[in-house]
Design a binder for this molecule. Structure first.
Ligand SMILES: Cc1cc2nc3c(=O)[nH]c(=O)nc-3n(C[C@H](O)[C@H](O)[C@H](O)COP(=O)(O)OP(=O)(O)OC[C@H]3O[C@@H](n4cnc5c(N)ncnc54)[C@H](O)[C@@H]3O)c2cc1C
Length: 669
């Protein structure tokens, strides 16, 4: 049998042919494949340290703003073994550990930060959101339990109650002496909460409300803190007085005594094991004529007087309900920020692994780090750019929420929160999956954290508002604004509007612009902003036309809306993309250091161009770009990936996630 030599080893002719066949099938260079199979490649040198031509600490300080001190404190605090919770313990033990960790956080004053100083807090909603965001690097059950107790339960008392409720309850909520629940969802109504069935009937003779679960589908469902620890619940119910039904209002209902026994008239059941977040005790609650005093109605937006007369500064039931909900939108922003933290953790692991893990390489050269491969860069770096864009955008939204007052209207902030919650948590789910795959088999090991990240964040797309439902709400709001824009226009404004639209088309859609491919143009803020703005606006216009056509033909508006839902979610997504780019541009403008601005601008371009690239078919169809420009955008994304690549290690280090929190050996050893 003939022997074929390779270096100092030899293989049989048969083996050689077989390898040649494989090589042909795979389209790889035979000598390299042989090298790989026989292990004759020169040994790989240790991975070079990731090059960071910017100051990582300075970038971290920039990202940490304005709560650098709080974040540093949390990094140290959360590294304490007391917060190293074992999710593999039996459920009841894991739940107790999560509760104990929440108590530790409360002892540090971190639960009450958003409450007013006279109730043990600091009146700092932004600090609360920052804490929430940082906890997500540690344990996501802890984040959710913390959010239910201090954010949802405490927040409902703070925002829907009045001084008597604040004085009586907030201090104990903030220390966790009074564990509680936020009981809005029901088995029958999770998204459409305006139609919940729980009732609160006012009895003037007793100056009390009777809380009832009329039908099985009206039981409270999924309520965090209900199955094991909650003692008091904010219960949302339809308010009945002797002469009318006034829509959904919130009531404080004791559900357990301090010794853990369930109160009379209350039945509680555990929801049971979930896909993730098993450190949170979600439960179902039924109410059987549970009497609560009149003062237990959270009465900031409406009150029932002792004689049963009803009074509210907001006459419309619908408007009142949505005003109440809008005060709680901080929870939605916080969930988006916690989801973003989970995506940061996942990408930190994958980027670090991609920097050190080597597979294949050119002949006679060391194997190449994964992150030097184009596909790897394409998989990890655009998501990294999007995380940066969302970081600035969500932080800014949090600030605007913290500074706003419901009396002045929170509609705009709520609409942005809806869009960005859906956009961010979808990114979280996608990024964690991508990062897991990018780590190959190692990513599948529980010790490397993706299992927990995936299981625990999966439901972020559902709670605090189902993502599809939120996007449809966003689109509805945009359509109303669009209609109002036209309705309010006088003749002059209409002419001006049409002229501006025509001008935009001439400016952006002339043959020179649609064929312009030079990198300076593609990387310019103007092009990126206008392209995303154009898409958001054009999609809205087209959806509005589709809706109008159907309604003009006699279709019920509800049915017409259902028929165009597919397009409406895209309208909302395009809006979220535009908001995110604007948020990132504002963030960069507020960054002083030139070196940071330049690396952040690279990320901005990568975010914008990869977002445009994902919809290139649409841009081509609409005539916004021609094929030469479409190709140039694709090339530019490749180019940007290469330019960002040397910074990738520094960019994830700047998230400042301590190894003790990350706990993934492939990223930390
Ligand atoms: C782990 C967990 C914890 C939770 N904690 C709490 C809590 O503490 N307190 C609380 O009050 N609630 C809580 N919830 C409830 C949560 O807010 C709801 O599950 C959520 O609002 C979605 O409601 P649903 O489950 O009834 O889904 P549904 O509303 O039934 O939605 C099911 C599907 O239908 C789609 N859909 C719904 N309506 C439409 C429409 N009009 N058009 C097109 N598609 C539609 C949705 O996109 C979704 O995919 C929790 C839920 C979970 C899973």
């Amino acid at each position: 049998m003939a022997q074929t030599g390779t270096d100092d080893r030899s293989i049989s002719e048969e083996t050689y042919r077989a390898l040649q066949d494989i090589e042909q099938e795979l389209g790889v260079d035979g000598s390299e494949a042989v090298c790989d199979l026989l292990g004759t490649r020169p040994p790989s040198p240790p991975s070079p340290p990731a090059e960071s031509p910017f100051d990582v600490d300075a970038l971290r300080s920039r990202l940490d703003k304005p709560h650098g001190e709080l974040r540093s404190r949390l990094r140290t605090l959360l590294a304490d073994p007391a917060f190293d919770l074992d999710r593999n313990k039996p459920t009841s033990a894991y739940r107790s550990d999560v509760l104990d960790a929440c108590v530790l956080l409360a002892e540090q004053g971190l639960g009450a930060t958003a409450y007013p100083p006279e109730h043990g807090g600091q009146g700092d909603m932004r600090a609360f959101m920052t804490t929430f965001e940082m906890l997500a690097h540690r344990d996501l059950s802890l984040v959710v339990k913390f959010g239910v107790q201090f954010g949802l339960f405490g927040g409902s008392i703070q925002h829907l109650g009045t001084k008597k409720h604040h004085d009586r309850y907030l201090p104990d909520v903030g220390t966790l002496d009074l564990p509680g629940c936020f009981a809005m969802s029901e088995l029958g109504h999770g998204s459409n909460v305006r139609e919940i069935g729980t009732t609160a009937q006012y009895l003037p003779d007793e100056e009390a409300f009777l809380i009832n679960t009329p039908r099985e589908e009206d039981r409270k469902e999924w309520i965090g803190n209900a199955a094991a620890h909650g003692e008091l619940a904010t219960v949302f119910a339809q308010l009945h007085t002797s002469d009318d039904i006034h829509g959904v209002h919130a009531f404080l209902v004791p559900i357990r005594d301090a010794d853990g026994s369930t109160r009379p008239g209350i039945r509680i059941e555990d929801c049971g094991e979930k896909m993730g977040l098993n450190g949170v005790d979600n439960g179902r609650i039924w109410f059987d004529e549970v009497s609560i005093p009149r003062e237990n109605m959270l009465d900031r937006f409406a009150t029932v007087h002792p004689d049963g007369s009803y009074e509210s500064p907001i006459p419309s039931d619908g408007k009142r309900f949505f005003t109440m909900l809008s005060t709680l939108v901080g929870g939605r922003i916080s969930v988006a920020r916690a989801g973003l933290s989970a995506a940061k953790s996942a990408l930190t692991i994958a980027v670090r692994y991609g920097n050190r893990r080597r597979q294949f390489g050119p002949k006679d050269a060391p194997e190449m780090p994964l992150l030097d491969y184009r596909t790897h860069q394409r998989r990890l770096l655009p998501p990294l750019a999007k995380i940066y864009a969302l970081h600035f955008t969500l932080k800014d939204l949090g600030k605007r929420f913290a500074d706003a007052s419901p009396e002045e209207g929170l509609e705009d902030i709520e609409a942005e929160a809806n869009a960005l919650k859906a956009y961010t948590t979808r990114h979280t789910t996608d990024t964690i999956q991508t990062a897991r795959e990018a780590c190959g088999g190692q990513g599948y090991l529980s010790e490397n954290q993706f299992a927990a990240l995936k299981a625990d964040t999966d439901v972020f797309t559902t709670f605090e508002g189902d993502n599809t439902v939120l996007l449809l709400q966003v689109a509805k709001g945009l359509l109303s604004d669009f209609r109002r824009e036209f309705r309010d226009m006088n003749m002059f404004a209409t002419v001006q509007f049409v002229a501006e639209e025509a001008l935009t088309r001439v400016r952006e859609m002339n043959p020179v612009a649609t064929r312009k491919t030079d990198p300076d143009h593609l990387r310019s803020e103007d092009f990126q902003r206008e392209a995303l703005r154009f898409r958001a606006r054009a999609m809205l216009q087209s959806a509005a036309q589709r809706l109008k056509r159907r309604i003009d033909e006699g279709m019920r508006p509800f049915d017409a809306f259902v028929e165009v839902q597919d397009q409406l979610v895209d309208v909302a997504r395009a809006h979220a993309e535009h908001l995110t780019l604007q948020g990132m541009m504002a963030g960069i403008n507020r960054t002083d250091a030139t070196s940071l601005r330049s690396v952040l601008s690279l990320l901005r371009s990568l975010y914008a161009l990869s977002t445009i690239e994902a919809d290139l078919d649409w841009y081509l169809e609409s005539g916004y770009v021609e094929s030469s420009k479409s190709k140039a955008i694709r090339n530019e994304v490749n180019e940007l990936c290469e330019e960002v690549r040397p910074h990738a290690g520094g960019l994830v280090d700047a998230f400042g996630i301590p190894d003790a929190l990350l706990q993934a050996p492939i990223a930390t050893d």
